[in-house]
Every structure is written in C-alpha cells, then in structure tokens.
Write a protein that binds this ligand. Sequence first.
Ligand SMILES: CC(=O)N[C@@H]([C@@H](O)[C@H](O)[C@H](O)CO)[C@@H](O)CC(=O)C(=O)O
Length: 307
Amino acid sequence: MDPSAEKKLTGLIAATFTPFTAQGEVNLEEIGPYIDYLTEKQGVNGIFVNGTTGESMSLSVAERKLLAEEWCQKAKGKLDQVIVHVGCLSLKEAKELAAHAAQVGADAIAAMAPFFFKPRTAGALRSFLQEVASAAPTLPFFYYHIPAVTGVTVPARDLLEGIQELIPSFRGVKFSGTDLMDFGQCISSSPPHWSFLYGVDEQLLAGLVMGADGAVGSTYNYAGCHFNQLMSALKDGHVDQARKIQFKMQQVLSYAMKLGFDVGVNKQLMNELSGLNLGAPRLPVTPCPPDAAGLIVKKYHQIFTDC
Ligand SMILES: CC(=O)N[C@@H]([C@@H](O)[C@H](O)[C@H](O)CO)[C@@H](O)CC(=O)C(=O)O
C-alpha cells in the first residue's frame, strides 16, 4: 500500500441506521432506497455502517456480515466510500468481521475499543487494534474513538504513538469525542496522508477549524444538505454563515435532547424526515416515545427550510 497514492476520506459520511422489519429482523430491502435518499436528497456520498447509530453491538456477527455485504453491493457506482465498523468485545469476532469487510469490497474498516474488559493502557489498545487490522491488511484502518460510550479514556493522541509501525494499514481516527485538545494533538502530530473524521455533529464547525478532513455522524443522514452548506461556507471563508448553520443544528439537537435524544428517537427522526421505513430500534434501545419525533421534526422545520 503506497499511502501517498490513496484517496483521503473527506466530506460528510453518514453513520447509517440499521433497517429492521416489524418483527425486528434485519431488513435489507430498505438499503437501496436509503442510499438513493442520501445521495439525491442530502448530497452525502459516504457511509459508516454497523457503527453506534447502526446499533452494531445489538447485532449478531452474521447480521453484521449480511449488512456489510448489502451496503457494499448497493453502494457500487453510487457512493464514494463505505467504511465498515468491525469493532467487537471479542477479538476473534472483530478479526472475522475485518476479513469479511475486505472480501465484500469495503473501502475501509474502523474499530472502537473493546469496552467490557477495557484496555487500561494505550499499548494494550494498540495491540488489540493491531490484531484486528492484521485480518484485513490491505484495507485502510481507522480507530473509532468514542470514549463517552465505551468508557475507554485512553487519549487518542497517546494511542497514535508508534502505531504506524505496528499497523502499516493505519490511516487515521474517527473522533467522536468533545476533547478538542486531544483532537488537535492527534492532527498536529500525524502524517498528512492520515484522515481525521470528526464525530460530534453539534460541534462540527470546531472540528473542521481544528483540521478535520471530514465528518462521520448520525444527523448527516437527514440534515446532510445543511451541513454541506456549512462546510462550503467555511471553505469560502464565510465563517458567520457556517456558524449560523451550526447554531441552528445546535438548537434542534438541544431541543431533541430535552425530549430524551437517543438512537431510538434519532431513528424515528430519520424515518419521519426521509420517508424511509427503517423500523424501530432493537432492545435494549427502546422505541421513540409516541410524539417525541413529531415535536422535533416540527422544531426542525421551524428552524431549517428545505435545502
Ligand atoms: C454518541 C453518538 O451516537 N455519536 C454520533 C453523533 O453523530 C451524534 O449522534 C450526534 O453528534 C448528535 O449528538 C456519532 O459520533 C456516532 C457514529 O459515528 C456512529 O454511529 O458510528
């Protein structure tokens, strides 16, 4: 792999929801229309599948393989990049999913830290990730840093120490954390061919100014067109315009959080805003309370006009 010849991951990447049937089984039928919605309505051309928003830790290994294969198949000719999340509590399963992602044509893989037996040091986490990446040595590998969910508080900056020698396929971090000093130190200490994808949508502007190459997030599924406008405004030096869009999204999300914003509410928001039928979440995530999504959609339309 000649790193300098590879395409960096950039722009908005939607962390996809996993479609379920009314019986709570994986529903592959929705994936084609879902991809068309992302590209045609939101201008989003990259996806991060089986992540947090995709309820990966509520899926079996077999279901994750089915989904990875279907997303990759249906993305052909339509999306620029498909990143498959392969992180598991079990190293064996993570390696199995990494090898499978390479077989089905993923553009890259990512793995979060295991969070039952948590790695206590950066070294232990590096060794775990090295094992996972070794199962798909030709695929660009990203560390998925999401400390608020995993409880693994090893600074991403410490993890990066010497990681390229250990993992030749290592290509960057998907940083779903609010510690912008850690994020900045990752970026300022890394080689130019790595990609840094920011994962806190309500603070995207700060992540971009800090040097993020792109972003992975759940709200890009249904508000990607607005965030594309934010990114273009920033690129053209219209910081005030970019700020206005970020503040609008913060208003929507702060309202949503007061109503109990979680994957269940977020998934119902996506159903109502996109018209797709992605179903309900799988336990232990509970379905969206009856009127919560409707209230948030109403607030969203009060704040945002359609793209
Ligand atoms: C904790 C969490 O789910 N964070 C989301 C954000 O996109 C989040 O939904 C958004 O910032 C709204 O809070 C992403 O970082 C998660 C993600 O990328 C994924 O689903 O894999």
